[in-house]
Design a protein around this ligand. Structure first.
Ligand SMILES: NC(=O)C1=CN([C@@H]2O[C@H](COP(=O)(O)OP(=O)(O)OC[C@H]3O[C@@H](n4cnc5c(N)ncnc54)[C@H](OP(=O)(O)O)[C@@H]3O)[C@@H](O)[C@H]2O)C=CC1
Ligand SMILES: O=C(O)CCC(=O)C(=O)O
Ligand SMILES: [Mg+2]
Length: 743
């Protein structure tokens, strides 16, 4: 007898976690009718933290390491995981979560900023660092990524185009990047012909060696690369841009991925903070050192720590910062009402979402007065900055894109087994002294070396051969299935990409590509090509590495659909299981703020609906569970109806919100099951529910919308009270009673 099929639904953070408390009971009830078990695993930031410190907690407070369990599961054919977005915590977020948990009675240690020589503190820091940044996705993503807008979603967007800000030919908006001394310019890459282990050392000017990493296991055929970002060159670039942007009269903004690139990008963020506030920071260097200000955590860290200084000193520092602002170009704002700037917290402006939002808004960001203004976007490294400049140039020349007519750019992304930059954290170092970073193989041969200076960021990335083969295959399969041209976005001038191109050319030969249009173009050319097609209403598959996967799967959906929440995001796991990610965006902190202030949740769960449908279909294909297929087909119809009848969450109190959209999902799904004739048992089971929900539609929507409009206390931000959230998210007694009948 085969085991009961099982879907794992992840509990995460912020808006998707809140939404889950309303949606999950529906999912469990429906899936249960096909004998499918739906289990949850907690991979939230708070959950990840708690699981790391059992010895600090009471027995009843301890929780297992669900993420580690799912990481293992992902490498087996049994995996069927629905993964919602989670917080990739910056240090300020990590500290806030620890504080909240401590206040709730969890005796966790503080995050040690500088453990110095203390072994115990290093151990604590190491455990927190495991939880920090993008700690979840790389663990679960044991496959490559297939992200696209389903046909129904694309056709809805064409019929109901979202607003796109107009572009002017003389917009001052541009991308600023370095011209040398960056990762792009220094990258060296090699394809290894032997399995073994690499060693990373820093050789000082005096010839002494410091081992940075003793052993990096490598497989045969693996591509490794290493690159260095010069601290001095970065600082010079920032200084020059500060002056230039001031002359141009645009906003100054910085776009990094300090969450996912958790070692390198916070340091780069810190360099920009250091240059922007240079004089004030220098004048108060001693006091700031005393209070433990860390520029890598943003200027917000300074304000958070100021309180311990004498009032007069606080005032002096604030006055000097204000004086600094007067000398600098205006900063792009995250929240102009609260005075939160682009340089406050490294996790507020994240390049994948921030650049598309700016492009959607006519190339503008918010200034201190809360008005939109042209912006210079600093994306220091050249590896990917050019793609955004290409979009900006296209919009300046041809105007904004038109969602009613534009084509689509789905993505096939290389990400399995921690491919490329996003797997580099354990091989990224801020260099402590001038010298040479040298990588040698198991036979003592030098693989590559870089001359470095103190403060530089050196990093090494890996991309294994099997994932690359799988990625090429996935690209060809998608090109064939959708009969769409596919472009590999690879830059022959870039060391790493040159190695990948050789493999792509080799592995394409393993497939029947007759009649397919498959090309390899540099990212800038691929962007120009895809944009020219998009304007003709034509689709082009982007086949990219891990970083461009991230960037493009927010950029194109945000332009095409208004949001990346409506993306189908599938990860066919290499071991045969399935990982179904919901949407392509994040955990939407702004939505939580609105929810606690006015009990209105505008999170759109369409991504969850789409992922669930794919997951049910996967159960059906894999286990021959015919009922799962019937459920999946009916859910597909329900998703179409949600779109056609405009039952997605709106944005304001009084309108349908996340909970209302879940009610309509249940209604349409039940109706589709009651209407089908493939499975009589399901038909009989869902007919009464469909009737009850339809008969009570007005009452239920009245109860759901009636709850809105006042503050809700959910007992925490990172670790809210489950019972309170559940109560707030299920305010319709009529709906709850009808759902109970299904059991
Ligand atoms: N897969 C994952 O686990 C990911 C996690 N993250 C994490 O999410 C957090 C926030 O990241 P950030 O860059 O601000 O990106 P978000 O995607 O969370 O937010 C950007 C904006 O996107 C819109 N949005 C995103 N998802 C939805 C949805 N389902 N329904 C409606 N609107 C949506 C909202 O815009 P508006 O309200 O204006 O419509 C939102 O304010 C960070 O901690 C980041 O690390 C980020 C990306 C992916
Ligand atoms: O893991 C993260 O931090 C973010 C992931 C992300 O943005 C993406 O995969 O699109
Ligand atoms: Mg992303």
């Amino acid at each position: 007898m085969s085991e009961t099929p099982k879907i794992i639904y992840t509990l995460t953070d912020e808006a998707p976690f809140l939404a889950t408390q309303s949606l999950l009971p529906i999912v469990k009830a429906f899936a249960g009718t096909a004998g499918i078990g739906v289990e949850t695993r907690d991979i939230s930031l708070a959950g990840r933290i708690l699981s790391q410190f059992p010895e600090s907690l009471r027995e009843d407070q301890r929780i297992p390491d669900d993420l580690a369990e799912l990481g293992e599961l992902a490498t087996t054919p049994a995996a069927n995981i629905i993964k919602l977005p989670n917080i990739s915590a910056s240090v300020p977020q990590l500290n806030a979560a620890i504080k909240e948990l401590q206040a709730q009675g969890y005796a966790l240690p503080d995050y040690p900023d500088e453990p110095h020589g203390d072994v115990e503190l290093w151990n604590i820091k190491a455990r927190y660092d495991k939880v920090k940044g993008s700690a979840v996705n790389p663990v679960l993503r044991e496959g490559n990524s297939d992200r696209r807008a389903p046909a129904s979603v694309k056709s809805y967007a064409r019929k109901h185009p979202h607003r796109m800000g107009a572009w002017s030919k003389d917009s001052k908006t541009r991308v600023a990047h370095m011209d040398g001394g960056d990762f792009y310019g220094s990258e060296k890459s090699a394809t290894l012909d032997k399995a073994g282990a690499l060693k990373i050392e820093l050789i000082g000017k005096d010839g002494a060696s410091t081992v940075l990493k003793e052993k990096v296991a490598v497989k045969v055929g693996e591509i490794v690369d290493a690159a260095v970002m010069s601290r001095a060159a970065l600082a010079r670039f920032v200084d020059a841009e500060i002056a230039r942007v001031k002359d141009e009269g645009a906003l100054f903004s910085l776009h990094l991925k300090a969450t996912m690139m958790k070692v390198s990008d916070p340091i780069m963020f810190g360099v920009v903070v250091g240059e922007f506030y240079k004089d004030a920071l220098a004048r108060h260097a001693d006091a700031l050192k005393q209070i433990g200000f860390d520029r890598n955590n943003g200027i917000g860290d300074l304000y958070a720590r100021l309180g311990t200084l004498p009032q007069a000193q606080q005032d002096a520092i604030k006055a000097d910062i204000a004086a600094e602002y007067a000398k600098r170009p205006p900063l792009a704002m995250v929240n102009s009402d609260k005075g939160i700037t682009n340089l406050h917290v490294p996790s507020d402006v994240i390049v994948d979402a921030s650049m598309p939002a700016m492009i959607r808004d006519s190339g503008k960001m918010w200034n201190a007065k809360g008005e939109l203004q042209d912006t210079v976007a600093l994306i220091p490294d050249r590896s990917y900055a050019g793609i955004y400049q290409a979009v900006i140039e296209d919009c300046k020349a041809h105007g904004a894109f038109n969602p009613a007519t534009m084509g689509s750019v789905p993505n096939v992304g290389l990400m399995a087994q921690k491919a490329e930059e996003y797997g580099s954290h354990d091989k990224t170092f801020q260099v402590e002294s001038d010298g040479t970073v040298r990588v040698t193989d198991q036979d003592g041969r030098v693989v590559f070396e870089h001359a470095v200076e103190a403060g530089d960021i050196w990093r090494m990335c890996q991309a294994k051969d099997a994932p690359i083969q799988d990625w090429v295959k996935l690209a060809v399969t998608r090109a064939r299935l959708s009969n769409t041209p596919a472009v590999f976005w690879l830059d022959a001038e870039r060391a790493h990409d040159a190695q990948v191109i050789a493999k792509v050319e080799r592995y394409l030969k393993d497939h029947d590509t007759a009649g397919l249009d498959i090309r390899i173009l540099s990212p800038e050319d691929a962007m120009a090509f895809s944009l020219s097609r998009i304007r003709q209403g034509e689709d082009t598959i982007s086949v990219t590495g891990n970083v461009l996967r991230d960037y493009l799967t927010d950029l194109f959906p945000i332009m095409e659909l208004g949001t990346s929440a409506k993306m189908l995001s599938i990860v066919p796991l290499m071991a045969g299981g399935g990982l179904f990610e919901t949407g392509a965006g994040g955990s939407a902190p702004k939505h939580v703020q609105q929810f606690v202030e006015e009990n209105y949740l505008r999170w759109d769960s369409l991504g969850e609906f789409l992922a669930l449908q794919a997951s049910l279909e996967f159960v059906g294909d894999k286990t021959g569970n015919a009922k799962a297929k019937v459920l999946a087909k009916a859910l597909d119809r329900a998703n179409g109806q949600i779109l056609d009848n405009n039952r997605s969450p709106a944005r304001k109190v009084g309108e349908l919100d996340n909970r209302g959209s879940h009610f309509y999902l249940a209604l349409y799904w039940a109706q589709a099951l009651a209407a089908q004739d493939e499975d009589a048992e399901l038909k009989a089971k869902f007919a009464p529910l469909a009737r009850a929900l339809a008969d009570n539609e007005a009452a239920i929507v009245g109860e759901l919308n009636g709850a809105q409009g006042k503050p809700v206390d959910i007992g925490g931000y990172y670790h809210p009270d489950l019972a309170r959230v559940s109560e707030a998210m299920r305010p319709s007694a009529t709906f709850n009673a009808a759902m109970n009948e299904l059991k």
